[in-house]
Design a protein around this ligand. Structure first.
Ligand code: EZ4
Ligand code: CO
Length: 401
């Protein structure tokens, strides 16, 4: 079954998405998400200019071989742009295989390991009281796990605090700048979780994203302070280019750690997993080489009792969300899936079979991934340049956002 063509569709139904569509000679097509927030057009060009010419005429059934061709054949290995492009091709080929065999992708991955996929939602507020109320709204909507982020006095636009109903950090135009103080932040987070635990009792899973802002020793202190409130996880406590820095955090706290939304290969988390420095690996389909590579990461993690907790913010398109749900349903060492509902315009561009109810999701049983791309609808929303914000310390020093 030859690949006879493909194209990249870039659209902005509420936010930017890049989607790859591959065509086969028998008329079956497959979709892959290729969205890299704030750097979308680099991946679109990588696919159009450098990958599509290589795929023409190849056998669409040879998913692993095509993956290795794109990885080893580029000579320049890894990196977010390359791995997002490879992920798009890999995802589209799994979609094609499922449609060809008349089976949902999770059946091809070994079948369901659980009834449905536990997801967590994003609650936030400017103050602790508002955040407690926001978490209450998620509980009322059926969520069993909620991430809580809170404003910090003296800081404008801290990470994770929504201005509208849903948190969306990328904004049209050039990057917005925010200021950051770890000292002020560290004053707010422990009392927030003390309040949340006393308001909702022991049954609710509570999560928090530090978003790479702390040093290892600060993260260790926060992890310790949060221990009485038994979080499901503390995410990205410090930047992880230096994986060994997690040894220090790990020695000092039993708060579970989740890392990896910016990782793009198994080599980014090899030490973290093998030394059991983390509890959850957050790599996801679109940024870590697709379903094929994510399964290898999950297999390594399984050996070390690390579970998966894939990234799933709104900048991961509906095709990635569907692929993530097929992966989550099938893989043995699944932990949780991040879930932020997409805008209604996005859902109209990408009709889909996946569904949410009572705190869990299911990818559905449509053949392939179960997501379509309505190109007429997509054409109504042309790409708009947008960037993630920047963060500087109070004295103006550039910091991690
Ligand atoms: O900042 O997806 O856990 N979720 C997150 C997200 C990321 C965005 C970046 O594009 O950290 O909000
Ligand atoms: Co995060």
């Amino acid at each position: 079954m030859r690949i006879v063509g493909g194209k990249v569709v870039t659209c902005c139904p509420g936010r930017n998405f890049v989607t790859l569509r591959l065509e086969t000679e028998d008329g079956i097509h497959g979709l892959g998400d290729a969205t890299l927030n704030g750097r979308e057009l680099a991946v679109a060009s990588y696919l159009t200019d450098h990958v599509l010419p290589l795929l023409e005429g190849r056998d669409a059934r040879r998913i692993e071989d095509i993956w290795q061709l794109l990885y080893k054949g580029a000579y320049w290995r890894r990196g977010p742009v390359t791995m997002t492009a490879i992920a798009a091709v890999d995802t589209a080929l799994w979609d094609i295989k499922g449609k060809t065999l008349g089976a949902p992708v999770y059946q091809l991955l070994g079948g369901a390991s659980r009834d449905a996929v536990l997801v967590y939602g994003h609650a936030s507020g400017d103050t602790i009281d508002q955040t407690v109320e926001a978490v209450g709204r998620y509980v009322a909507a059926g969520y069993k796990a909620v991430r809580a982020q809170c404003g910090v006095p003296g800081l404008t636009k801290p990470y994770g605090v929504a201005t509208g109903e849903h948190y969306e950090p990328a904004a049209p135009g050039l990057p917005a700048e925010s200021r950051w103080s770890s000292e002020r932040y560290l004053e707010v987070v422990p009392p927030l979780f003390a309040e949340l635990r006393s308001a909702f009792g022991p049954g609710l899973h509570l999560l928090h994203d530090v978003h790479h802002r702390l040093t290892p020793i600060e993260a260790a202190r926060l992890g310790r302070a949060l221990e009485p409130h038994h979080l499901f996880w503390m995410e990205d406590p410090t930047p992880a280019e230096n994986q060994a820095s997690f040894r220090l955090i790990r020695q000092h706290t039993t708060t579970p750690l989740a890392v990896g939304e910016v990782f793009n290969s198994i080599f980014d988390c090899q030490l973290l997993i093998q030394e059991q420095l983390i509890d959850y690996i957050r790599t996801t389909v679109v940024h870590a080489g697709g379903i094929s590579h994510l399964r290898k990461i999950a297999s390594l993690a399984e050996l070390h009792q690390v579970r998966t907790g894939s990234h799933g913010a709104t900048d991961l398109g509906p095709v990635c969300l569907a692929a993530a749900l097929h992966f989550d349903l099938s893989v043995h060492n699944f932990g949780i899936q991040e879930y932020m509902p997409h805008a209604p315009e996005t859902d109209r561009v990408f009709p889909h079979a996946y569904s949410f109810s009572d705190g869990v999701m299911h990818p559905g049983d449509a053949p392939g991934l179960g997501v379509d791309l309505d190109e007429v609808e997509a054409a109504k929303y042309p790409y708009q340049r947008a960037y993630l914000p920047l963060a500087r310390l109070m004295d103006g020093t550039m910091h991690s956002w």
